[in-house]
Design a binder for this molecule. Structure first.
Ligand SMILES: [Zn+2]
Ligand SMILES: [Zn+2]
Length: 186
Protein backbone atom coordinates (compact mmCIF):
# COMPACT_ATOMS: atom_id res chain seq x y z
CA UNK A 1 0.00 0.00 0.00
CA UNK A 2 1.31 3.39 -0.97
CA UNK A 3 -1.38 5.13 1.05
CA UNK A 4 -0.51 6.59 4.43
CA UNK A 5 -3.11 7.45 7.00
CA UNK A 6 -2.38 11.07 7.84
CA UNK A 7 -3.41 10.52 11.49
CA UNK A 8 -0.78 7.78 11.79
CA UNK A 9 1.89 10.03 10.32
CA UNK A 10 0.95 12.80 12.76
CA UNK A 11 1.31 10.35 15.58
CA UNK A 12 4.52 8.63 14.42
CA UNK A 13 6.17 11.65 12.73
CA UNK A 14 8.25 9.21 10.64
CA UNK A 15 7.01 6.29 8.54
CA UNK A 16 8.94 3.86 6.41
CA UNK A 17 7.29 2.33 3.36
CA UNK A 18 8.84 -0.80 1.99
CA UNK A 19 6.70 -2.41 -0.70
CA UNK A 20 7.05 -4.85 -3.57
CA UNK A 21 4.28 -4.17 -6.07
CA UNK A 22 3.17 -6.54 -8.82
CA UNK A 23 2.26 -3.88 -11.35
CA UNK A 24 1.65 -5.04 -14.92
CA UNK A 25 2.65 -2.15 -17.14
CA UNK A 26 3.35 1.55 -17.32
CA UNK A 27 1.95 3.98 -19.88
CA UNK A 28 4.07 6.84 -21.11
CA UNK A 29 3.48 9.13 -24.11
CA UNK A 30 0.97 6.72 -25.62
CA UNK A 31 3.27 3.70 -25.30
CA UNK A 32 2.76 0.82 -22.90
CA UNK A 33 5.80 -0.84 -21.34
CA UNK A 34 5.32 -4.07 -19.39
CA UNK A 35 7.27 -4.60 -16.19
CA UNK A 36 9.65 -7.58 -16.23
CA UNK A 37 10.16 -7.33 -12.44
CA UNK A 38 8.04 -6.19 -9.49
CA UNK A 39 8.31 -2.54 -8.49
CA UNK A 40 10.34 -2.21 -5.29
CA UNK A 41 9.57 0.90 -3.33
CA UNK A 42 11.63 2.07 -0.36
CA UNK A 43 10.45 5.42 1.00
CA UNK A 44 10.85 7.50 4.13
CA UNK A 45 8.03 9.86 5.01
CA UNK A 46 8.68 12.47 7.63
CA UNK A 47 6.44 15.15 9.07
CA UNK A 48 8.27 18.21 10.29
CA UNK A 49 6.66 21.57 11.18
CA UNK A 50 3.62 20.68 9.12
CA UNK A 51 5.61 19.78 6.03
CA UNK A 52 5.83 16.23 4.76
CA UNK A 53 9.09 15.08 3.24
CA UNK A 54 9.10 11.95 1.08
CA UNK A 55 12.41 10.51 -0.01
CA UNK A 56 13.58 7.18 -1.30
CA UNK A 57 14.08 4.82 -4.19
CA UNK A 58 11.99 2.98 -6.76
CA UNK A 59 13.57 0.01 -8.50
CA UNK A 60 12.15 -2.15 -11.26
CA UNK A 61 12.73 -3.30 -14.82
CA UNK A 62 10.65 -2.60 -17.92
CA UNK A 63 10.52 -4.14 -21.40
CA UNK A 64 11.19 -1.60 -24.15
CA UNK A 65 11.69 -2.23 -27.88
CA UNK A 66 15.09 -1.44 -29.40
CA UNK A 67 14.75 1.86 -31.29
CA UNK A 68 16.53 0.40 -34.33
CA UNK A 69 15.51 -3.25 -34.66
CA UNK A 70 12.41 -3.45 -32.38
CA UNK A 71 13.81 -6.42 -30.45
CA UNK A 72 12.57 -6.31 -26.85
CA UNK A 73 15.13 -5.11 -24.33
CA UNK A 74 14.97 -5.27 -20.53
CA UNK A 75 15.77 -1.85 -19.08
CA UNK A 76 16.68 -1.41 -15.39
CA UNK A 77 14.92 1.46 -13.67
CA UNK A 78 16.55 3.08 -10.64
CA UNK A 79 14.34 6.01 -9.77
CA UNK A 80 14.28 8.44 -6.88
CA UNK A 81 11.47 10.16 -5.09
CA UNK A 82 12.22 13.54 -3.55
CA UNK A 83 9.08 15.41 -2.67
CA UNK A 84 7.93 18.07 -0.23
CA UNK A 85 4.29 18.55 0.71
CA UNK A 86 3.34 21.93 2.12
CA UNK A 87 0.06 22.35 4.06
CA UNK A 88 -2.49 24.58 2.34
CA UNK A 89 -6.10 24.79 3.48
CA UNK A 90 -7.24 25.98 0.04
CA UNK A 91 -6.39 22.82 -1.90
CA UNK A 92 -8.36 19.62 -2.17
CA UNK A 93 -6.17 16.67 -1.19
CA UNK A 94 -2.94 17.28 -3.15
CA UNK A 95 -1.97 19.81 -5.81
CA UNK A 96 1.37 20.33 -7.54
CA UNK A 97 3.02 23.71 -6.97
CA UNK A 98 3.52 25.27 -10.39
CA UNK A 99 7.15 25.79 -11.44
CA UNK A 100 8.52 23.94 -8.43
CA UNK A 101 9.52 20.39 -9.26
CA UNK A 102 8.74 17.92 -6.51
CA UNK A 103 6.71 20.41 -4.44
CA UNK A 104 3.06 19.92 -3.63
CA UNK A 105 0.40 21.51 -1.49
CA UNK A 106 -1.72 19.25 0.65
CA UNK A 107 -4.97 19.66 2.49
CA UNK A 108 -4.08 19.41 6.19
CA UNK A 109 -7.49 17.83 6.86
CA UNK A 110 -7.10 15.02 4.34
CA UNK A 111 -7.40 11.47 5.55
CA UNK A 112 -4.83 9.70 3.38
CA UNK A 113 -1.67 10.60 1.50
CA UNK A 114 -1.40 8.45 -1.62
CA UNK A 115 2.14 8.16 -3.01
CA UNK A 116 1.24 6.08 -6.09
CA UNK A 117 1.67 9.01 -8.50
CA UNK A 118 5.09 9.90 -7.02
CA UNK A 119 6.28 6.32 -7.65
CA UNK A 120 4.94 6.32 -11.24
CA UNK A 121 6.63 9.69 -11.92
CA UNK A 122 9.95 8.37 -10.57
CA UNK A 123 9.76 5.42 -13.00
CA UNK A 124 8.76 7.56 -16.00
CA UNK A 125 11.71 9.92 -15.40
CA UNK A 126 14.03 6.94 -15.77
CA UNK A 127 12.65 5.61 -19.06
CA UNK A 128 15.52 6.32 -21.48
CA UNK A 129 14.97 8.51 -24.54
CA UNK A 130 16.79 5.96 -26.67
CA UNK A 131 16.98 2.22 -26.11
CA UNK A 132 19.29 -0.01 -28.13
CA UNK A 133 19.58 -3.81 -27.84
CA UNK A 134 23.35 -3.26 -28.23
CA UNK A 135 25.39 -0.16 -29.01
CA UNK A 136 26.21 -1.33 -32.55
CA UNK A 137 22.70 -2.56 -33.42
CA UNK A 138 22.41 -2.59 -37.21
CA UNK A 139 18.64 -2.13 -37.23
CA UNK A 140 16.25 -3.26 -39.93
CA UNK A 141 16.66 -3.19 -43.71
CA UNK A 142 14.72 -0.07 -44.79
CA UNK A 143 13.33 -1.91 -47.85
CA UNK A 144 12.24 -5.33 -46.66
CA UNK A 145 12.43 -5.01 -42.85
CA UNK A 146 14.78 -7.94 -42.29
CA UNK A 147 16.79 -7.79 -39.04
CA UNK A 148 20.33 -6.87 -40.08
CA UNK A 149 21.83 -8.15 -36.81
CA UNK A 150 20.65 -11.65 -37.75
CA UNK A 151 21.54 -11.22 -41.44
CA UNK A 152 24.71 -9.10 -41.47
CA UNK A 153 25.45 -9.99 -45.12
CA UNK A 154 21.96 -9.10 -46.35
CA UNK A 155 21.93 -7.48 -49.80
CA UNK A 156 18.47 -6.21 -50.51
CA UNK A 157 16.94 -7.04 -53.88
CA UNK A 158 13.81 -5.01 -53.15
CA UNK A 159 13.88 -1.39 -54.08
CA UNK A 160 11.22 0.94 -52.68
CA UNK A 161 9.15 0.72 -55.90
CA UNK A 162 9.03 -3.06 -56.08
CA UNK A 163 8.07 -3.20 -52.43
CA UNK A 164 5.11 -0.93 -53.00
CA UNK A 165 4.13 -2.90 -56.08
CA UNK A 166 4.23 -6.14 -54.12
CA UNK A 167 2.11 -4.60 -51.43
CA UNK A 168 -0.56 -3.41 -53.84
CA UNK A 169 -0.80 -6.87 -55.38
CA UNK A 170 -1.15 -8.66 -52.08
CA UNK A 171 -4.65 -9.84 -51.16
CA UNK A 172 -4.42 -8.07 -47.80
CA UNK A 173 -3.81 -4.74 -49.50
CA UNK A 174 -6.83 -5.27 -51.73
CA UNK A 175 -8.89 -6.23 -48.69
CA UNK A 176 -7.73 -3.14 -46.81
CA UNK A 177 -8.77 -0.95 -49.74
CA UNK A 178 -12.14 -2.64 -49.91
CA UNK A 179 -12.76 -2.17 -46.17
CA UNK A 180 -11.82 1.49 -46.22
CA UNK A 181 -14.03 2.02 -49.31
CA UNK A 182 -16.99 0.32 -47.63
CA UNK A 183 -16.59 2.17 -44.36
CA UNK A 184 -16.48 5.45 -46.26
CA UNK A 185 -19.72 4.57 -48.01
CA UNK A 186 -21.63 4.31 -44.74
ZN1 LIG B 1 18.47 -3.49 -31.89
ZN1 LIG C 1 16.25 -5.86 -47.39
Amino acid sequence: MLKIKFETLKHEQKIKIYETLDWKEIEFEGNIYPYSMPVKVDLNVELSLGRMYVQGSVKTQIIHPCDRCLELVKVDINGNVETVYIPNGKVKEVEEVTDEIGTFYYDPYMEFLDLTDRVIEAIILEIPMKVLCKSDCKGLCPHCGINLNEHPDHVCDQSQETQEKNESESPFYVLKKKISFESKGE
